[in-house]
Design a protein around this ligand. Structure first.
Ligand code: AMP
Length: 144
């Protein structure tokens, strides 16, 4: 059996090193959050631990407290920023489960009754919409 290992050149590792741009909304010593560029709903954001792991399966459990503290912070701010009726929190592990980027991350998706999610990681959102949503979410996080 081949064991999948962490690839330090994955796109989120590059964002974490500042080698790729992102619509960043939050950062502390252990976590970072930015907008998903192919959102499944308006306002879709991602929360990552800075510590490297492919996903939940190989992560050090010591990171979960800080990761989920930021997940809760961003989820609460997202609900306010986008006036959402609910927030879906999703996390995928390996390709068979739908994972496409191999640095652990948690999806935070604003939801409204009767509105289906768009297809995962397919359609790129316009830069001006991503920037405006990042501004809204950042402002709600600052006010929290
Ligand atoms: P997953 O399939 O759970 O690994 O999710 C990866 C997510 O990252 C998808 O929802 C993509 O739309 C999103 N994504 C891919 N590249 C970028 C990027 N450069 N910046 C922000 N989000 C990205």
């Amino acid at each position: 059996m081949t064991v999948a290992v962490y690839d330090p050149n994955n796109i989120f590792a590059k964002i974490l090193r500042g080698e790729m741009p992102a619509y960043k909304v939050y950062e502390d010593d252990q976590t970072i959050a930015f907008m998903d560029v192919m959102p499944q709903a308006n306002g879709h954001a991602l929360v990552l631990p800075k510590a490297p792991s492919r996903n939940l399966l190989d992560a050090d459990p010591a990171i979960f407290a800080s990761l989920f503290s930021t997940v809760q912070k961003v989820a609460r701010a997202s609900k306010k920023a986008f006036d959402a009726e609910g927030i879906t929190v999703i996390q995928f592990n390996e390709a068979a489960a739908g994972q496409t980027v191999y640095h652990l991350h948690v999806h935070i998706i604003p939801r409204f009754e009767g509105v289906e999610l768009k297809i995962h990681a397919r359609d790129m959102e316009k830069a001006e919409i991503l920037a405006a949503n990042a501004d809204r979410l950042r402002a709600a996080l600052k006010a929290s």
